[in-house]
Write a protein that binds this ligand. Structure first.
Ligand SMILES: C[S@@+](CC[C@H](N)C(=O)[O-])C[C@H]1O[C@@H](n2cnc3c(N)ncnc32)[C@H](O)[C@@H]1O
Length: 374
């Protein structure tokens, strides 16, 4: 982290006495100015009446700057994160959605528009709802942005998206974010039916109340509680077709090593964002082989869900080139065709896999709006 420079501090103080406070945590003058502008805008939007009480307004602004100086993330203070064209509520319970994740979702949605839902014939032939499973959903950014993008496409057969996370506070934020976007008119009321959030453990799913393979009027219930919930959510009353239950399984799981957590994350992240969202647990489930590094253990677990639900494709966010190479090799060893997407810095940040018979190799074509980086 750059050191605090006294010359910069006094230069900033001349511009605004509040700027040195903001500079204290992030130590980048431009960022301090950005934070101040954002906090002022926030007050203007949320508390318009304060403009008639300049002293109270200033005191309030100062209290927000003091929170920021104690490393509280700007998104927590403001309460939301803009995630392309949806807003996600933010708070201590969940990871603040990152721009890399936003790029992953937009690249996927652009590719679906450009190469999959390309014409009305393909749209009509889809038959089933388009189905997306978002594992490790957190506050729901991936599910909600995908929903917004798919509503914009007006698919004749509709879609359903289920986000799953082990953390109750994160899921509360996801459900509130869904309502928030409906209230603001970003998502239609129909989203209450099309998008769901469910609490479940991806690494150690609880046993199913139906026991193995018992048919309770729902075929195949019984692998685990999470699997049951996924089936029930995606069942289409008209077409109970488990043959192609899922189109896409997408996940941005915890993927940072225990050392990386201390060496590479900022103080603000360690103080205010849940460690469970970043670092996989030390104790690995019995079905995850010992030679898989701790930071990678979610990838095979998520792949098992994709394989079980016969997903056409699987999309992962990873920490970078080395992890992407390992995850790609793991998917290939399990029969997936694979590729990677680069982020705007030229780093392989996403691994994509598809089943050969689906012909989904368009996943590797560049997006037509020029926003892909590989
Ligand atoms: C990197 S965060 C991603 C959150 C969100 N999808 C995003 O992209 O911003 C990983 C998420 O995995 C969740 N998680 C951790 N362990 C889990 C488990 N065993 N089962 C399901 N979710 C888990 C955390 O609660 C956290 O919300």
């Amino acid at each position: 982290m750059p050191r605090v420079c006294r010359w910069t501090t006094s230069y900033l103080r001349k511009k605004s006495p509040l700027l040195p406070l903001l500079y204290r945590d992030n130590r980048v003058p431009d960022l301090a100015e950005f934070d101040l502008r954002s906090l002022k805008d926030h007050i203007k939007e949320q508390y318009p009446d304060l403009k008639n009480h300049p002293i109270r307004q200033y005191k309030y602004l100062r209290s927000l700057c003091e929170r920021r100086a104690r490393a509280e993330p700007l998104d927590h203070i403001i309460g939301t994160t803009q995630f392309y064209d949806v807003e996600i509520l933010s708070g201590r319970g969940a990871l603040i959605p990152r721009s890399e994740t936003e790029s992953m979702v937009m690249r996927l949605c652009d590719s679906l528009k450009d190469y999959y839902f390309v014409n009305d014939k393909r749209r009509r032939n889809l038959g089933n709802n388009f189905r997306i499973l978002d594992l490790c959903t957190g506050a729901g950014p991936i599910s909600l942005l995908m929903a917004k993008q798919l509503y914009d496409l007006d698919l004749p057969y509709g879609f359903r998206i289920l986000g799953i996370d082990v953390s109750e506070p994160a899921l509360k934020l996801a459900k509130r974010s869904l309502e928030y976007n409906i209230r603001k008119g970003t998502l239609p009321k129909q989203a209450r039916k099309d998008v769901g959030f469910y609490q479940g453990d991806v690494l150690n799913p609880k046993p199913s109340m139906y026991g193995g393979g018992v048919d309770q009027g729902m075929q195949y219930l019984g692998k685990s509680e999470v699997h049951d919930e996924i089936k029930v959510f995606f069942v289409n009353e008209d077409q109970v077709d488990y043959g192609s239950l899922m189109d896409i399984v997408i996940a941005n799981p915890p993927y940072i090593s225990a050392d990386g957590y201390w060496e590479d994350t900022e103080r603000s992240v360690r103080l205010y964002e849940p460690e469970i969202a970043l670092v996989p647990p030390e104790k690995r489930p019995a079905n995850i082989p010992d030679d898989i590094p701790r930071e990678d253990i979610f990838y095979p677990a998520v792949e098992e869900f994709a394989a079980y639900f016969k997903s056409k494709a699987i999309i992962f966010e990873t920490g970078g080139d080395k992890q992407s190479a390992r995850v790609k090799a793991m998917l290939e060893s399990r029969g997936w065709e694979t590729g990677t997407w680069k982020d705007f810095r030229g780093i392989n940040r996403n691994v994509v896999g598809w089943r050969k018979e689906t012909g989904w190799n368009w996943l590797l074509l560049p997006s037509k709006n020029g926003m892909s980086y590989d």
